[in-house]
Ligand binder design. Sequence first.
Ligand SMILES: [Zn+2]
Length: 334
Amino acid sequence: MKERLSKIQKEAEEALKKAKTLEEIEALRVKSLGRKGFLTLLIREIGKLPKEMRPSLGRLANEIKKSLSQVIEEKKAKAKEKRILAPLDLTLPGKRPSLGGLHPITQVLNEVTGIFSRLGFRIVQGPEIETDYYNFEALNMPPGHPARGMLDTFYLTKNTLLRSHTSPVQIHVMEKKKPPIRVISLGKVYRYEAVDASHLPMFHQVEGFMVDEGISFSHLKGVLEVFLNELFGPKTPIRFRPSFFPYTEPSAEVDIGCLICKGKGCSVCKRTGWLEILGSGMIDPSVFKAVGYDSEKYTGFAFGVGIERIAMLKYNISDMRLFFENDLRFLRQF
Ligand SMILES: [Zn+2]
């Protein structure tokens, strides 16, 4: 038994000399002194030996245990010291801090507002929680109007809702100010929609409108041409299609030539060569009536455009959900 004990001690000490890292030392401690370590097991064995043999063997075993623990503690302390000193190697290459960036939606919003600021439009923001009056009634959609169904709205109470478009801002602005008016409003809008690649319950809209004496459809066309050419590149083909919105008369939807196939026809433009980009029109006289403007004296135009839609076309993104999943692999590309 004595021989076995001294053999164990020798072997353990040899192994410890070779161990360098904290992990290696700890593994050796478990192997010898741990609950199932060989020294621990041997001490248990000694307890089963005849009475007269126990004291001397027990003492020896305990001494070995003590000396091994001491060696292990010393080695551990040294290894720790080394670990702390290691990062002070000033010749090691540094870690490059990662820079944050603007979200693609923010970038497009900034670009759009930049273009309109240069055209002399003022930027105004409105509340995201609206009353039925501002979201619908003042925009020529009285209760029961069928066009309300076009905007699947989240109601908070019978009379308050999450705005389903940015058009209520028109009413807020015109209630407070007399023409001439040139305003851009932008922000989040909400629709009760099933989520898929091109629909989300929340998205961003930019609304622009201009009111003064003698504003005509040609002003609308001119402003939108400048806007779309700045956004998608010069000489982007543009066409106006007759459409319907309750708050504009006449109304037009605006298409641009497909950015992907350049008008030849592809799956993105559904073989038409055109991409629908925004809705617009001349402000309906009943909207002027709601804010107390004389519709015989003043005319104006308005348009609204979805920011996600622009970003998808600009960066050739096929799924709108990517914008809000916050996957850094996606966001780092912008
Ligand atoms: Zn196309």
